[in-house]
Design a protein around this ligand. Structure first.
Ligand code: PEP
Ligand code: MN
Length: 338
């Protein structure tokens, strides 16, 4: 921690700060400048009490932590990339680029199975589909619930695709984990810490979306809840944040790819569908994400987007998705993946 003292404080006021630093187990190192004094408090911020309360002292100008607040998710904790292996053999975070695709919501057997077979044929290895939907309005389609989960299980059995689906409530953690290979924590719940703990405790891999107005540090700290609850299989998913721009539904922050790679060992997944909110932008964003070194994509695909029960404007058609998969390869190669 770096503690900057206010100018013109007395020796006694300085000594009180030094005593407090020592009392909390840090070793103070005093640097006396022309106008003011700066104190470096040496000690492990992760095991010692924080010195941040010194900001309330009248003689202290500022207190700046040096170490990162996230520990287990940080690259410092684990220098190699973490990989997540699913029971169908898909590895997320490894050499191979992974595509998760499927409808926004599970609507019925025909819709889901048609989509599952099509995305599998095109090269996806994970099927997405919401059974519990976090809708902005309570009057919109809320998802088929357990019936939707059963359809996802059927699609997995028929196709060999792994399944990712959203967990909305702690009460459903056990049930959703029975059907899903990956639990998705949605943007609206990204800082629902009890839900994150419940998801972690199921032992299933967790995909953590970035919240609508979540800073990267907050996102990493939310991820910390998963790792701190004995679940090492965490991946981050950028899905756009809210900005002043209304041309797109959200502003997809592709800078999170190199940032998460730099700060964390956990895989980074990009969801351009919620990110753009418009199908015509999804292909370009997928290519960009692949070229920038994302580990995986989460893409919404529907047999008839115009009639979708949720997020119709942003879902690719089955043909559109097949074309995307054909066009994606050079961008995957450019990033050094297969
Ligand atoms: C979704 O994936 O359909 C979804 C609701 O995502 P988000 O939580 O990112 O809005
Ligand atoms: Mn959606």
């Amino acid at each position: 921690m770096i503690i900057v003292l206010k100018p013109k404080i007395s020796k006694r006021e300085e000594a009180a700060v030094l005593a407090e630093i020592r009392k909390l187990g840090y070793r103070p190192h005093v640097m006396r400048g022309v106008a003011r004094t700066v104190i470096g408090a040496i000690g492990d911020e992760r095991t010692h009490k924080s010195l941040e309360m010194l900001t309330t002292w009248p003689q202290v100008e500022s207190v700046t932590p040096i170490q990162k607040r996230y520990k287990l998710t940080s690259r410092e904790a684990h220098s190699a990339n973490s990989t997540i292996t699913l029971s169908n053999g898909t590895v997320i975070g490894g050499k191979k680029f992974v595509v998760m695709a499927g409808p926004c919501s599970v609507e019925g057997e025909k819709q889901l199975l048609t989509t599952a077979h099509a995305v599998k044929k095109a090269g996806a290895t994970i099927l997405r589909g919401g059974a519990f939907k976090p809708r902005t309005s309570p009057y919109e389609f809320q998802g088929l619930g357990e019936k939707g989960l059963k359809l996802l299980a059927k699609a997995r059995k028929e196709t060999g695709l792994a399944v990712i689906t959203e967990l909305l409530s702690e009460d459903h953690a056990k049930m959703v984990a029975e059907y899903a290979d990956i639990l998705q924590i949605g943007a609206r719940n990204a800082q629902n810490f009890q839900l994150l703990i419940a998801a972690a405790k199921t032992g299933r891999p967790v995909l953590l979306k970035r919240g609508l107005s979540m800073k990267i540090e907050e996102w990493l700290l939310a991820g910390e809840y998963v790792l701190a609850n004995d679940n090492a299989n965490l991946m981050f998913c950028e899905r756009g944040i809210r900005t002043f721009e209304t041309y797109t539904r959200n502003t997809l922050d592709l800078a999170t790819i190199p940032i998460i790679k730099k700060e964390s060992h956990c895989p980074i997944v990009i969801d351009p569908s919620q990110g753009a909110g418009r199908a015509d932008l999804v292909v370009a964003l997928c290519k960009g994400a692949a070229a920038m070194g994302a580990d995986a994509l989460l893409v919404e695909v529907h047999p008839n987007p115009a009639e979708a029960w949720s997020d119709g404007a942003q879902q690719l058609t089955l043909d559109g998705f097949a074309r995307l998969m054909e066009e994606l390869q050079p961008f995957i190669t450019a990033a050094g993946k297969e």
